[in-house]
Ligand binder design. Structure first.
Ligand code: NDP
Length: 334
């Protein structure tokens, strides 16, 4: 068995030299335990932010794994699980070990995915999908006919949010980091329009293409771009503050400040609410099943950015902060 450890705190962008792969000896299975073999591991922006306080430490992360030995009748050999086991090839565990609290479903057996790939449990039919589903429906609460703007729009969460907003009858505008991404959003996913923030004056783009103003903003990136988008919102608009990836690699604390936003909030009476998907943990399966249903009905499309091989996981992680991925970034273990 192998696992990734993080050798030191990240300094700016994560680097290959921050990580090492080490061998791990697995313990004998005890009563109620099972051995799971990773099939897909998840690559997510939060992994940049939430590591331990002492180093070296294990790399955190979710994975879809198959049970290959078991002393737990609830998790028989052959069953698929989603577990927050970190970046490791094999895990010996039991449900009691994984339940930090009732609010955090870190281990569950996958519902029936039918013909769909089990890797979707890391994306559209998992935590990421629930972030999109609950973040949009509970925090933004868009009504049919309203306009929704999304940053990080071609990523895992953003591309999903836009499609739910379309299902709900909204006008949907995506902001993403390449022309290829914008084309995918409009031509494949049915966004009404999209702009590349790296080459476009976003204030001007919104004035010209969203003259009605935005009622909802699903914010995945924070920083200047979000400030510009919020300046073009309608009075009493709602902002779901989901992520702030534009600042995750920022080493200068001064640059992380977002005081520039306050002016718009006051003048427009905006309502912004931060959230973690864990807040909706007790509705985990409701979100997964709704997203699964939409995928099976063909109403929700998805793209997976698959990196092959356990040894390539760090490349995938670094790529996330360079915008290499369209849709959900995952690693196929073998
Ligand atoms: P993505 O699949 O969106 O991947 C990250 C994307 O972010 C990149 O592809 C890149 O796209 C964009 N990006 C990278 N650097 C910057 C930058 N400096 N400025 C603007 N965009 C940048 O990841 P996820 O969908 O998994 O996550 C999206 C956001 O949601 C993140 O901020 C994440 O932390 C947050 N999140 C929050 C959760 C919650 O519970 N609140 C749960 C899950 C995710 P591009 O080419 O467009 O720049």
């Amino acid at each position: 068995a192998k696992k990734y450890i993080v050798l030191n705190p990240f300094d700016g962008e994560p680097k290959k030299s921050d990580f090492a792969i080490v061998e791990e000896v697995l313990p004998e299975l005890q009563e109620n335990e099972f051995l799971a073999e990773a099939a897909y591991i998840s690559v997510d922006p939060y992994q940049r932010m939430k590591l331990g306080t002492s180093y070296p430490c294990d790399m955190i992360g979710g994975q879809v794994a198959k049970v290959i030995e078991s002393k737990n009748p609830e998790f028989p050999v052959g069953s698929w699980v989603m577990g927050h086991f970190g970046w490791r090839t094999h895990t010996v565990t039991k449900p009691e070990n994984e339940k930090f609290s009732a609010q955090k479903p870190y281990l569950y057996k996958l519902p029936d995915f039918g013909d769909l790939p089990v890797s979707l449990a890391l994306g559209v039919c998992g935590r990421v999908g629930n972030t999109a589903y609950f973040g949009l429906t509970e925090i933004c609460q868009p009504k049919a006919g309203e306009t929704v703007v999304i940053s990080g729009a071609a990523g895992a969460v953003g591309s999903h949010v836009g499609q739910i907003a379309k299902i709900l009858g909204c006008r949907v505008i995506g902001i993403a980091g390449s022309d290829e991404k914008c084309e995918w959003l409009v031509k494949e996913l049915g966004f009404d329009c999209a702009a590349n923030y790296k080459t476009t004056d976003i204030a001007k783009f919104l004035e010209e293409n969203v003259p009605e103003g935005a009622d909802c903003y699903f914010d995945n990136v924070g920083g200047e771009l979000s400030s510009t988008i919020m300046s073009k919102m309608n009075k009493f608009g709602r902002v779901a503050v989901c992520g702030a990836i534009s600042s995750y690699n920022e080493t200068d604390p001064e640059k992380r400040k977002a005081s520039i936003l306050q002016f718009f909030f006051i003048g427009k009476g905006l309502k912004a609410e931060g959230f973690l998907v864990n807040r909706f943990a007790d509705r985990n399966l409701e979100g997964i099943n709704q997203n699964l249903k939409w995928v099976k009905e063909g109403k929700l499309k998805y793209k997976e950015h698959v990196t092959e091989g356990f040894e390539s996981a760090v490349d995938a992680f670094i790529g996330l902060f360079r915008g290499d991925n369209i849709g959900k970034s995952i690693v196929k273990v073998k």
